[in-house]
Design a protein around this ligand. Structure first.
Ligand SMILES: [Fe+2]
Ligand SMILES: [Fe+2]
Length: 474
């Protein structure tokens, strides 16, 4: 069945005027829906969900809210307005006109960047597909579904670029994006953090806080790209990404708030007693944090990378807030410090900055992540509880780059294999932690009701009350 895109798919790219592109997307769309039906949110087919849908890129009002079935969500294609005569503002082509088409010599690298970004979008939907069955409230269920449909839209955003600018290769890549599966042994998703399970809501909130924030930093770096369509589409994706990180930050904050309340009522920090009371003890929150933080910072790639240098020098991918930086935006002859283990200690080593741009982005990400952890600590502090969450050292539990495989404590001390084996259960979630958290996961979906382990939010969505019927079940 064909679709009238100008009606069914909200867009600001004049889809109806480009017959070839329209046909390509018409061919892909049923496969996307099949993918959604097969591996999208479980048990949600009949529900009407109070979702926001992007309908324009107007900062004053880009979304409309209403109850819709997720399958009927209008996955639109939106690019931020182009800036007239935009110039490339970093790398070897600094000062030249930005590109509206893909330069032949950069085609392979650009395609790889777009595919890698695109692959994360459906992956997270797959990772989160079971969570609707154990939602702690109708409000949270709605937020999960909102994130799911927007990750679907982000996939559309990348597929649009592949179809529009990469011909047959692009169409093949767009199909492959629907064929890989998160966690599948034979056809896994491209990046490892997107093959990890998101088995429970504590993991989900950590994922949306930490891993969607990786998305923010990658999108910010791509928003600087010399390839205009990529820059414009990622700028708009960032608008949606903010909500995903809000869900994570406020979710963890509400978990902490509820735990602190129970600690004060019971006058105890005894993990056993708190668990028996059905709240998540703070040391378990810390271990989850350690896991999600370390797995996520691996996503930035190897600390030294000639690809990173190439992507930057050729203008494909900038730095975070490239435009606000005051250096020469070419970085030749400059250096940056990365870490390595020498003689049982972490040592800094100066390397050419161009080769260290993954590390530069990782360090920017870490600064941003730490700020939110500070806000969580304010909740604990306000409750008068002497406990502080910390972000682990960036060398802790790494699997990519020079630090991969090094045994380093969360404080940044290189430890022996023997010490690691003893302490890792204090540092990372244990099977027992996960089983305990899983035991709390029961579906609570009456409007205005919340599971015992999480506090209600301060306010609802789009000025609706907290007890609004965000999801109407059939
Ligand atoms: Fe996304
Ligand atoms: Fe996201």
């Amino acid at each position: 069945m064909s679709i009238n895109y100008s009606e069914k798919i909200p867009n600001n790219v004049n889809l109806s005027e480009d017959r070839t592109l329209q046909r390509a997307l018409e061919g892909w769309q049923p496969n996307f829906i099949n993918w959604w039906d097969e591996i999208g949110p479980e048990g949600a087919e009949a529900s009407d969900v109070y979702l926001r849908t992007a309908v324009s890129v107007d900062p004053a009002g880009w979304a409309s809210f209403g109850h819709v079935k997720m399958r009927d969500y209008r996955w639109g294609i939106f690019l931020n307005p182009g800036q007239q005569d935009r110039k490339i503002h970093f790398g070897d082509h600094l000062g030249q006109d930005a590109w509206n088409d893909v330069p032949g010599e950069y085609r392979a690298n650009l395609r790889r960047i777009i595919v890698t970004q695109g692959d994360t979008e459906p992956a997270s939907v797959e990772q989160q597909r079971h969570l609707g069955l154990t939602a702690p409230s109708m409000y949270d269920l709605r937020n999960l579904y909102q994130i799911n449909v927007e990750e679907g839209r982000h996939l559309w955003a990348m597929v649009y670029l592949l179809h529009k600018h990469f011909g047959r290769d692009g169409r093949e890549e767009a199909e492959a994006l629907l064929e890989r599966r998160s966690g599948d042994a034979d056809t896994p998703r491209i990046l490892q953090a997107f093959n990890e399970a998101t088995p429970d809501w504590l993991a989900f909130f950590m994922f949306t806080y930490f891993t969607d924030r990786d998305g923010k930093f990658q999108l910010c770096a791509l928003a600087e790209s010399a390839f205009e369509p990529l820059a414009r589409t990622t700028k708009f994706m960032l608008t949606e990404e903010a909500h995903h990180m809000f869900v994570g930050e406020s979710g963890i904050s509400r978990v902490i708030q509820r735990t602190c309340q129970a600690m004060n009522e019971m006058k105890t920090d005894d993990v056993k007693k708190l668990r028996a009371a059905g709240v998540i003890d703070l040391p378990t929150v810390q271990r989850y944090l350690n896991f999600h933080f370390s797995v996520t910072i691996d996503l930035f790639g190897a600390d030294e990378s000639s690809n990173a240098a190439t992507f930057y020098s050729t203008g494909l991918k900038g730095r975070y807030e490239e435009g606000k930086r005051t250096d020469d935006h070419q970085l030749r002859g400059q250096s940056y410090k990365v870490l390595e283990v020498v003689g049982g200690e972490l040592k800094e080593k100066e390397v050419p900055m161009l080769n260290a741009l993954n590390e530069v982005l990782r360090d920017d990400y870490i600064k941003d992540s730490v700020a939110g952890v500070g806000r969580w600590n304010k909740v604990i502090e306000k409750a008068g509880i002497p406990f502080k969450l910390t972000t682990p050292h960036k060398a802790f539990h790494r699997n990519i780059g020079a630090l991969s495989g090094a045994k380093v404590s969360p404080e940044g001390r290189v430890v022996s294999q023997a010490e690691w084996d003893v302490k890792k259960n204090e540092w990372l979630p244990t099977a027992e932690d996960r089983a305990f958290v899983a035991s709390l996961m029961g579906r609570v979906v009456e409007p205005g009701k919340f599971a015992n382990w999480i506090a209600p939010p301060a306010m609802g969505i789009n000025r609706q009350p907290v007890e609004f019927d965000y999801v109407r079940f059939a």
